[in-house]
Design a protein around this ligand. Sequence first.
Ligand code: UDP
Length: 570
Amino acid sequence: MPISENARAVLERRYLIRDEHGEPVETVDELFHRVADAVAAADARFYPKADVASTAKLFYELMTSLDFLPNSPTLMNAGRPLGQLSACFVLPVEDSMEHIFDAIKNAALIHKSGGGTGFSFSRLRAKGSTVNSTGGVASGPISFMKVFNAATEAVKQGGTRRGANMGILRVDHPDIMDFITCKNDTKEITNFNISVGLTEAFMAAVESGGSYDLVDPASKKITGQLNARAVFEAIVNSAWQTGEPGIIFLDRLNRDNPCPGQGEIESTNPCGEQPLLPYEACNLGSINLVNHLRQTAEGYTLDRGKLEKTIRAAVHFLDNVIEVNQYPLPEIDRVTKLTRKIGLGVMGFADMLLYMGIPYNSDAGVSMAKTVMELVQTIGHQESQRLAEIRGAFPLFAESVYRDGTPLRNATVTTIAPTGTLSIIAGVSSGVEPVFAYAYIRNVMDNTHLIETNQILKDKLAERGLFSDALMREIVEKGTLAHVPGVPEDIRRIFVCAHDVSPIWHVKMQAAFQEYTDNAVSKTVNFPNSATREEVAEVYRLAYELGCKGTTIYRDGSRDEQVLNIGKVN
Ligand code: UDP
């Protein structure tokens, strides 16, 4: 099976096992065999006559064809002594010194293994309240977040990748105003994404223009009231300035909590796509949609037959990962295996639309999102049911919201991950985001600049005899194709980049995927630098109206250090 050059380069740089001198001790091919063999081995636990070798071959082909890739920790750690395979964890933070510092230690262990952690700080007593044992004064959730942040910073050095955290505070926590602005100094709390946990009561008060109660988590007493619109405006203002905080709709996470008897969902993983119970872990995997297109005389269409096969194999793969995973704590092992959540999603969606000739910001684009994700959701659940027949339902099935239906192996099946690294390995657009830029400049070592061009655009322009370096340079400088005279109208309409897609279409697309996703959708709504606060507020309101579980915005240029720049020739 040929592995693309791109995939090989990224894997060689980041994921191969290395010896003490930093030299790789495996090849890319051996990496995929290591992962396929380790994950396939779980079959033997369920079928006495399991043909583990043929499952290993299936998984090897699934990955090396780049039809599907599991999340990074699985690629890095499967079949190795560490054996920690999940990207997502949520840890509880209870209101005592022991618990706070236990959570910091546990997070450090998770970061070391390549996983990310989410926390709700809502249970910590407010700044200024009393500490019974000492008679002193509590320093509040934000001061403790700084300690979590510092610990993450220290662990960065020795870990397999940068530790990432999500920090959530309920909108009715007395320290909420400090939380909203805690990252306005962009050098603070840099190892966290932060989101405000909004409630239905709060949204109703925003609607009516009324006030809502602040509740001290320790005493459960009402400590004051705030005007909901003023708080909403503060969130919008801060997000407009720095991109943070994001928002999550806590009641929606809990409305879709498949096992409410286990308690409340109060946080997600770092990028927001995976709501989890305290101590729960989840492993993700993403299907490369570009590889599920079929070329016909009329152009490209979705190859539903192939996609169905990939979905089934991917669910089988991810359920096996739960079995062979070595969890960083006994409690995580226990809790994770009660619900057996997996998160199957897609990547390369925007590229798929380019091949099909459908603009991302169109009704046809949104409709294709629903077609694809409905299939992933339906077939994914069917495969989880098939696995349940052989392997048994997830242990909490009888008390889950699914209890009156067909037994399921997994309490959740679908999640849309950002696919930051996976999409680079697969060489496709990330997750369900639009293409960020079609041409950009890359600095190479001897100070020369290379123009990197999106291959799909390159082919399209070449087909029409329009490709030239001068044209690509113009696209780099303008950032989009929208105002480049040499590009025909029909190509401009289809090859839209993140900044050509208006914020409303970003949200519509997120909502379309959410409709067929058990967990949540990782999505950033991009704004031009000139966007107003009111436009940001409109997107937050629309995300609520259209049924999203939360949202994150980013206004171009609003942070000093920005990973991707458009229109910049360095
Ligand atoms: N993640 C992390 N650190 C990182 C990148 C990702 O902990 O540097 C975790 C985090 O929980 C995130 C999840 O992995 O939400 C999935 O991210 P992504 O899809 O970008 O990961 P990939 O598998 O592509 O590396």
